[in-house]
Design a protein around this ligand. Structure first.
Ligand code: HXC
Length: 524
């Protein structure tokens, strides 16, 4: 029996590689492109630094014999896995290949993915999933479900250790949605991606509701209404670009610091316009984005969950080149009140920043929690508690700027000194009190108001009492007298001051002794 010659052996491996690269074949690739989607490999190429990708498990195949599956095999089994670099930093990646059996998750595909998850955790590098799959491979039954379970378990083990980012770039149905839901960030692509537990057909059969894929689980539905998606993007290219930007703010793991960028923006820049953004009339709204863009390094704000719960604004920016997590009330929406959704948004973002050593700066203009039965019955108590919990537990540097209203529970919850803020600054427009003047007067002066004989008299007394209350409490000075805030500063002075404070506190060690515990029990 003759040996296969060396050139033939070498050619064989090349041929197999080429075969693996074709996934489900040229027809399926064409269909993928016609649907406005890139292939699994094209996505990896666009995301990673050119030439950096190292593929793992290219020759893995499934081992299912039921439903004549032994006749249906391709190398790689519908997922491309490996590692490479983005901006020179290592990331691990898996990218599902819809061109073969709809990218469905088999036992062996799951083994490929979990291998990558394990490698990412060991290396302390981000793990990125590009999902495009019909879900559990039906022919493999319990083995594919087991695969999902193994992936979920690793998502949880890696949570808070390495950044986990998942882009939904095609269908994501059934329990498959839970791996993304356990990750740190979910990106979705408009018109080509959707996520739901039960699809439109099952919804129709179960409850008779007619709904499209897009409305039920499209990118905008999840970015706006459910808050499941952190970012809705326009197409595959846009989605991959946004992932790169996000990564530039994050460290590789929880033991690492976020990258520091060169900063051309002067640290002592003091924009006069910033003094004009908060109106003198406390009832007039303003856009908190304007405040953010004046204070942080120019053009550096990367907003997360922008469409969801817009009464709070959260995202990353840079301050003198350092990565910062920003949380701000937005007076343009519900006057900046906290409610169920904004509490969830803030609580989660604080924990994300804290997990990854990103200092937090909070901008406060909050009249309190949104009132009403919808909020109370929806559990605003337990949702609102998340904000207090997350800020209290966070040990990264925490700086707070009170821009205007800071009333009651909102004052405490929005990173007050009492929850461990390292520095709290107030602008001259700040009003720090138990509640707003109108409500306060009605309660504490009820007897006096009842003595009024005519509506005019009631109005006159009310106006006087409100004015007295404002003079006494609607300012930052009582809080400053107590040392609850560190300084009253002009808005335009904020950038320089925050930079100095941040530099002083960047080496922060959490010196409070915390009782040993298995883990806390955040209200859910
Ligand atoms: C096996 C699947 C599959 C699956 C798709 N395919 N999903 N094969 N298991 N889950 C196959 C199709 O049979 C087809 O094979 C090929 O992939 C492409 O699919 P099409 O239907 O032609 O594509 P399209 O029209 O774009 O529709 C995509 C789709 C649809 C909407 C995703 O395929 C679909 O509804 N699939 C089932 C989705 C689903 O219900 N998943 C939940 C599974 S249970 P051929 O050979 O014709 O090319 C689950 C539970 C997980 O995931 C629980 C975890 C805890």
């Amino acid at each position: 029996m003759g040996f296969q010659s060396l050139p033939d052996k070498f050619k064989e491996v090349q041929d197999l590689r080429e075969k693996a690269k074709m996934g489900g074949g040229s027809e399926a690739i064409e269909k993928q492109h016609k649907g406005g989607k890139l292939t699994a490999r094209e996505r990896i190429e666009k995301l990673l630094d050119s030439g950096s990708f190292v593929e793992v498990d290219q020759f893995v195949v499934h081992r299912c014999y039921d439903f004549e599956m032994d006749k249906k095999k391709v190398l790689g089994d519908a997922v491309v896995t490996g590692y490479g670099t983005i901006g020179g930093r290592t990331v691990f990646i898996y990218s599902q290949d819809f061109t073969f059996i709809g990218g469905s998750l088999s036992e062996m595909q799951a083994k490929k993915i979990t291998k990558i998850q394990d490698m990412a955790l060991k290396a302390g590098a981000p793990c990125i999933g590009l999902n495009d799959s019909g879900g559990a491979r039906i022919q493999e039954g319990i083995n594919s479900l087991a695969g999902y379970g193994e992936i979920f378990y690793r998502n949880v083990m890696a949570s808070g250790v390495i950044p986990q980012i998942i882009a939904i770039m095609g269908p994501c149905a059934g329990g498959a949605v839970y791996s993304p839901a356990l990750a740190d960030f979910i990106f979705m692509v408009r018109k080509t991606s959707y996520m739901f537990i039960t699809g439109p057909k099952v919804v129709k059969a179960a409850i008779g509701e007619d709904v499209t894929f897009e409305t039920l689980g499209g990118a905008d539905s999840h970015a706006k209404m459910s808050g499941v998606a952190h970012l809705a993007t326009d197409n595959d290219e846009d989605c991959l670009k946004q992932i790169k930007i996000l990564l530039s703010y994050l460290p590789s793991n929880n033991m690492d610091d976020p990258p520091i960028m060169e900063c051309a923006d002067p640290p002592d820049r003091a924009d006069e316009e910033l003094n004009e953004v908060v109106p003198a009339d406390p009832k007039k709204p303003y856009d908190v984005h304007e405040i953010i863009s004046h204070i942080f390094d120019r053009g550096s704000f990367f907003e997360v969950q922008a469409q969801f719960a817009p009464n709070a604004v959260v995202g990353f920016a840079r301050l003198n080149g350092r990565s910062i997590g920003i949380i701000a009330n937005q007076p343009m929406v519900y006057a900046g009140c906290l409610d169920i959704d904004s509490s969830d948004k803030i609580g989660r973002f604080v924990r994300t920043c804290d997990a990854f050593n990103i200092p937090i700066i909070t901008f406060v203009d909050v009249p309190g929690y949104l009132p009403g039965t919808k909020q109370e019955h929806g559990g605003v108590i337990r949702h609102g508690a998340k904000v207090i919990y997350a800020y209290s537990e966070a040990t990264v540097p925490k700086l707070t700027v009170i821009m205007r209203k800071s009333y009651g529970g909102g004052y405490i919850a929005m990173c007050s000194r009492h929850l461990g803020a390292d520095a709290v600054y107030a602008w001259p427009t700040a009003e720090i009190a138990v509640m707003g003047p109108d409500g306060a007067v009605e309660i504490i002066h009820r007897n006096e108001l009842m003595k009024a004989k005519t509506p005019e008299e009631t109005k006159e007394i009310t106006n006087k009492l409100v004015s007295d209350y404002k003079n006494k409490f609607a300012n930052p000075y009582i809080a400053a007298n107590m040392g609850y805030i560190d300084a009253v500063v002009l808005p335009k002075e904020s950038r320089a001051l925050l930079i100095k404070t941040l530099e002083a506190m960047i080496t922060k060690r959490d010196l409070q002794s915390r009782p040993p515990k298995r883990h806390g029990n955040i209200p859910a």
